[in-house]
Design a protein around this ligand. Structure first.
Ligand code: AP5
Length: 213
């Protein structure tokens, strides 16, 4: 199954994509993670992306379309994959449809993680991430066993540069302006499946399982 995870920053797309990926063996294709890996590796793509990401703006469509275009052709995507944070604009969605059509495939569901902005700020400002293995924590709702240290690999946790409050408000504006139109795009194609994301982790997973039946 090919899934699109759509929703505002901090609504839990990445957390649920990781859970689902481990249950169903569909890889999580996160353009955010791919771009952060490029930044860490110091590539020219990473340097270009950083200037947009640090301000909470979107990276140009051509960059992310190129990344996804390469990734979906890899062998581990054969039985399905989860697009986490892509597409984020109408041109990205159109490019995805074109790409998949060329491969004889199509998106089966676009899951919309619904959550009010007022709750998202707390989710994002409290998030802590492991720079080594990508594990995610939250200072209140998902605390590591030892403060500030990854449970899996013992690496010191970091706060993403775009998870500071001044950048968060811009990311939310960008979401409403540039990404929310995709709700209509997928609704028209009868692929949209909204779920309530303002619940506990297991309840959100349960809501997700329901819409995948
Ligand atoms: P990206 O990395 O995709 O960030 P995002 O979409 O803003 O989403 P987040 O990762 O912030 O949130 P999430 O919904 O995954 O929530 P999470 O599960 O982490 O993109 C970053 C940047 O890259 C963009 O701003 C842009 O510049 C660029 N970019 C990426 N893709 C692009 C594209 N396609 N086009 C152009 N530019 C692109 O959860 C958040 C926190 O909440 C965590 O701490 C978690 O532990 C906690 N939490 C999760 N679920 C629950 C729950 N149910 N209850 C309590 N706490 C919870």
């Amino acid at each position: 199954m090919i899934l699109v995870f759509l929703g505002p920053p901090g609504s839990g797309k990445g957390t649920q994509a990781k859970r689902l990926s481990s249950q169903r063996s569909w890889p999580q294709l996160s353009t955010g993670d791919m771009l952060r890996a490029a930044i860490q590796a110091g590539t020219s793509l990473g340097r270009e992306a950083k200037s947009f990401m640090d301000q909470g703006a979107l990276v140009p469509d051509s960059v992310v379309i190129g990344l996804i275009g390469e990734r979906v052709k890899q062998a581990d995507c054969a039985s399905g994959f989860i697009l986490d944070g892509f597409p984020r604009t109408i041109p990205q969605a159109e490019a995805l449809d074109q790409l998949l059509t060329g491969l004889g495939r199509q998106v089966q569901r676009a899951v919309l993680f619904e959550m009010p902005d007022s709750l998202l700020v707390g989710r994002l400002s409290g998030r802590r991430t492991c720079p080594q293995d990508g594990s995610m924590y939250h200072v209140e709702s998902a605390r590591p066993r030892k403060d500030g240290v990854c449970d899996q690999c013992g690496t010191a946790l970091i706060q993403r540069p775009d998870d500071h409050e001044e950048v968060i408000s811009n990311r939310l504006k960008v979401y409403h302006r540039q990404t929310e139109p995709l709700v209509g795009y997928y609704r028209e194609r009868q692929l949209l499946r909204p779920i309530r994301a303002d619940q506990g982790l297991d309840q959100v997973s349960q809501g997700l399982a329901e819409v995948l039946k």
